[in-house]
Design a protein around this ligand. Sequence first.
Ligand code: GH3
Ligand code: MG
Ligand code: MG
Ligand code: MG
Length: 295
Amino acid sequence: MDILIAEDDPVSRIRLQRVLESFGYRVTAVENGAHAWEAFDRAEGLMVAILDWMMPDIDGIELCRRLKSDPDKRYHYVIMLTVKNRTDDIVGAMDAGADDFISKPFNADELKVRVRAAARIVRLQEELLFKANYDGLTGTFSRRMIMDMLAREAKRAQRTGASLTVAMLDIDYFKRINDRYGHSAGDAVLQVVSQRVVKELRATDLVGRYGGEEFVLILPDCALAAAVEVAERLRQAIRSVPVESGGEWVNVTASIGLAASSSSAESPLDGQAMLDSADRALYRAKEGGRDRVQS
Ligand code: GH3
Ligand code: MG
Ligand code: MG
Ligand code: MG
């Protein structure tokens, strides 16, 4: 875990840095709020920020408020460093989103336990975020995450004029697989199918589990004709080798519905509308006999 220190007083800053480094943390130390703000953008690992309350230009409280209200910034546990200790000062800082306080001059033992507590919260926060963003069974993106990504990719395609295709993939007769081979075989099928899908796609393509046995695929910079080829390849990869589970071999097929952005579209690109359209194509693929790609 990396720690950012923003403190304008050099004596306090250097002492903080030395003490934290002696505890084994990697430390970035800056002398004002503007540099701290840049450090939030740069460093991937920074997760705990120790901010001096009183600094020229952007002070610690303002920095904290901006950090906590910016959805593009990662979660940071903020410890406010201050000589102030009146209740209303503390309440004000907590209102700005600070998580904890350390009074100056700091005591090294106290700093150690406070940072340890911060690290615990940061780890929990990361775990929660991971659980919210990924599907636990398949490791693909969660429904929430893939929907966010769809909205973002639709906006990007709109802005750049690039092609975008959305696919809805649904395993055929999955209920039968569960009924015949058991729920854990069904789970194994979900895992293997998602692996095959991910393996066939480009690194820039996005895969999420939309529901039980339904996956959403986002193919940026991919027009319909190319997407049909990709989907055919996926379909073949899924059906070509049965899935092994508990000594049994399970034949699996899937149906795929596609929807591409049309360059002639006058109305703004709408990710949800594309998904609805892919879902309708999927329905037609099922109606047409399953194990097929439909656009
Ligand atoms: P179709 O070909 O029309 O898609 O039929 P289907 O049987 O695949 O579709 P249906 O929607 O009738 O059944 C989906 C089944 O998926 C029902 C549900 O019990 C099962 N399912 C949902 N989530 C999971 C899961 O996480 N693990 C397992 N093993 N089964 C699941
Ligand atoms: Mg200061
Ligand atoms: Mg199905
Ligand atoms: Mg389904």
